[in-house]
Each structure stands twice: as C-alpha cells, then as structure tokens.
Design a protein around this ligand. Structure first.
Ligand code: FMN
Length: 219
C-alpha cells in the first residue's frame, strides 16, 4: 500500500505538516509527503482538454502531482483555513485532480482522509465555522469522486498575528477578534500539536483507520 499525503500549509514545519506526517507514520505503510508550496500548480481552466486522455493539458507540476494521486492507494489531504474556508493551494490541487475523473473514476474507492488546522475554535458560535468548512471541502471532493472518505481531524491552529509581535495592541488582531478584547498571545497561548496527546492519538487512529479501510473495503 502506498499513501500520498498533501499539505497545503506554506509554513515551515507547521502544525498542519506535523499532523500530516503523524498520520502517515501511523499507517506503517509506504508514504510520500508533498508540501504544495514547493510546487507550481496553475488553476484548472475548465477547458475539458483532459476528457479523452485523463491528463491535464497544462504544462506544470500539477500534472505530476495528479499522476502521483492516481498511483497512490490512499490520499490524506491537510489544509488550513484562511478567511474560514479551505486554503487556495489545497483547493487548486484538488481541482487539478479533475482529469482523473472522466469516464473511469480513477480515484474511486480509494480511502481518503482530511486534516484541517484552524485558528477559530470549533465551539466559537460567534465566528464562521472555519474547521467544518475546511473539512467539508476536502470531504466533498472525495465524495464526488466516489472515494471512501474515512474521516478527518481538526487541529487547533494559530492566527498569523502570533508571529507578528503586535497582537496585544493591534486593532485588527485576530486573537482579539476570536477570543475577545482582553486576549493576548500570552493568555491565549500558542497551539502546538506535539503538546496535545489527545490530538496525537486522534491522528494515529486516523492513520490506522485508513489502512484498515484499504485492506478490508477495497474491492
Ligand atoms: C491570511 C490568513 C487568514 C487567516 N484567516 C483565518 C480564519 O479566517 N479562520 C481561521 O480559523 N484561521 C485563519 N487563519 C489561520 C490559519 O488557519 C492558521 O494560520 C493555521 O492554523 C496555520 O496552520 P499552520 O501553522 O499549520 O500552517 C488565517 C491565516 C492566514 C495566513
């Protein structure tokens, strides 16, 4: 079994990257980790140039990435949620898998899983449902391609303001927007998945479930 892991996070060694690597490791199978910011991928132009060949007519690294997805037995997609929806790199990657669809459903039946890192906590009723939106975007890609979506894990992330240095004073601080006017980096804290054993256990379970689904449910 060979698993392809895709991270849409451009940040070096981010929570998203480490969560994805954790799931891949938990599978105990051969896997490949791809960081989309290392590649140049144009948008799908909806030209339908792929319908006879199952190959995109664009000449960029998106073609190779689609080929890797086709050759993989399972797919784990990890994104984050700028402005409360799936990040554009991850979305562009998913749309560039469209050539694999035509007539043959080349991704169908494969197990798939999602990871989403969001700064807005899932239980914050005053803010958009960022994690859910991100998870749904990946899940709906997998559903529409007939893949076997086995589940997703949401990761508490950090607003970029934690790295800016001015989050305590700034009028536009994302920390205050999410956690209220008294919030500071110091009292909200910085989320790091490695300090969250419960979350690490969920990521391990996701990896194990992916493998189980492949060996018990693939035709
Ligand atoms: C431009 C930008 C806008 C963002 N807007 C949101 C947002 O609306 N909701 C949210 O939950 N997180 C938002 N974030 C935070 C990202 O989800 C956060 O950076 C993510 O936790 C980063 O994960 P990483 O460190 O693994 O890359 C935003 C991040 C960026 C860079």
């Amino acid at each position: 079994m060979k698993i392809l892991g895709i991270s849409g996070s451009p940040i070096k060694d981010s929570n998203t990257d480490r969560a994805l690597q954790r799931v891949l490791d938990a599978t105990g199978q051969r896997s490949q980790f791809i960081k989309l910011s290392d590649y140049t991928i144009e948008h799908c132009n909806a030209c339908l140039g792929c319908i006879e060949t199952n190959q995109c007519v664009l000449n960029d690294e998106g073609v190779m990435l689609a080929e890797m997805a086709y050759k993989a037995d399972a797919l784990v997609v990890a994104g984050f949620t700028p402005y409360s929806s799936l990040d554009s790199r991850t979305k562009t990657f998913l749309e560039r898998l469209y050539p694999l669809r035509h007539r043959h459903g080349l991704m169908a039946q494969k197990p798939g899983a999602a990871i989403i890192t969001s700064a807005i906590p899932q239980d914050n009723a005053n803010m958009p449902p960022a994690s859910q939106n991100g998870l749904d975007a990946i899940k709906h890609y997998m559903m529409e391609e007939g893949m076997n979506y086995i589940g997703g894990v949401t990761i508490p992330g950090n607003v970029p303001c934690v790295r800016c240095g001015d989050a305590g004073q700034c009028q536009m601080s994302g920390i205050k927007m999410i956690h209220g006017q008294d919030a500071t980096v110091a009292n909200v804290g910085i989320n790091n998945i490695d300090e969250n054993p419960e979350l690490l256990a969920k990521l391990d379970t996701l990896g194990e479930d992916l493998v189980k689904a492949y060996f018990t449910e693939m035709p």
